[in-house]
Design a binder for this molecule. Structure first.
Ligand code: FE
Length: 185
């Protein structure tokens, strides 16, 4: 092969790999994708810190509906625009459907248009853990309930201010408690 041809091939290959790693399949540049995950402590490094509820899979099946079990325990994803809460605009608190741990407030819920309940922040950073998820050819961060180890959804860095995060959570993973209206005497 002539050197004239080899040089463009090498250059093209290098450019391809640089672009591929900078812009993976989900279209979010790796550099900016991790910029907003400032709470590095959220990323789980030790599996033993989770799953304080040591239920067997059989016990989980008895506690949860088949859809909840599929999402929470088998990391399933409900179809967009089908869940109970993607279009819920009521004030209240979203708890883990598996263990009741408080996860999100309606104050941080926003309409992302993705078809799943979306929040720009968690109620408490101690309520969840993040785990790098490389499935389906994408690099994402899985959101896990810290108390029971159940799968909730994923978090992306294309959310609104002030966090720029979008916690994209399955309705099946959540249990909504409507805020009681305060009555004036
Ligand atoms: Fe939980």
């Amino acid at each position: 092969m002539k050197p004239k041809i080899i040089l463009p091939i090498i250059l093209f290959t290098m450019i391809f790999f640089v672009l591929y790693f900078a812009y993976p399949l989900n279209g979010i540049p790796a550099a900016s994708r991790t910029n907003h995950f400032t709470s590095d402590s959220l990323i789980n490094k030790d599996e033993s810190t989770m799953k304080t509820m040591n239920l067997t899979e059989e016990e989980w099946k008895q506690r949860l509906t088949p859809e909840q079990y599929s999402v929470l325990r088998e990391k399933g994803t409900e179809r967009p625009f089908t869940g109970l809460y993607w279009d819920n605009h009521e004030q209240g608190t979203y708890k883990c459907a598996a263990c009741g741990s408080e996860l999100f407030s309606s104050d941080t819920k926003f309409d992302s248009g993705c078809g799943w309940p979306s929040f720009y922040d968690v109620s408490s950073s101690s309520a969840i853990e993040l785990k790098k998820d490389s499935s389906f050819g994408m690099i994402r961060f899985e959101v896990i309930c810290k108390k029971c180890g159940s799968h909730l959804g994923h978090v992306f860095d294309d959310g609104p201010q002030p966090t720029h995060l979008r916690y994209c959570i399955n309705s099946a993973s959540l249990d909504f408690k409507k805020e009681e209206k305060k009555h004036n005497p």
